[in-house]
Write a protein of this length. Structure first.
Length: 127
């Protein structure tokens, strides 16, 4: 019976060692799970931050492009308005010169008409 008792003692000691190993594996598993959870949180946080920074960078770039396009359009409108105003001033000056010529012509015709009317009136009175 001594052999059976020795075997049982060894088996009991082996069972205690296995229980200890199982406890260590469970503790390692819990620690590893906590580390994995923390790593996942950090990775997702970094991914979110990178996505947000990329989105903000895209918005900034698009804003810059829109501002540049607006400035180009503004410059084109300014050039067109400047050209239109220059043409309007030139046309206005030409019309002003023509108006003075018309006024001078009408004044001349009035003087000539008055002179002819006076000559006709004198001739009619002298009859």
């Amino acid at each position: 019976m001594g052999i059976a008792t020795a075997r049982e003692a060894l088996l009991a000691e082996l069972m205690i060692d296995v229980d200890g190993l199982i406890g260590r594996v469970e503790a390692l598993d819990a620690s590893l799970a906590a580390n994995v959870e923390q790593a996942i949180k950090e990775a997702s946080g970094k991914a979110f931050l990178a996505a947000r920074m990329g989105f903000e960078s895209m918005i900034t770039e698009q804003e810059r492009k829109l501002v540049a396009a607006g400035r180009n359009a503004s410059a084109a409108i300014r050039v067109q308005l400047g050209t239109g105003v220059t043409q309007l001033v030139a046309v206005n000056e030409a019309l002003e010169r023509k108006l003075w010529r018309l006024i001078a012509l009408l004044a001349g015709l009035t003087v000539i008409g008055g002179a002819i009317g006076g000559v006709v009136a004198v001739k009619m009175l002298s009859l």
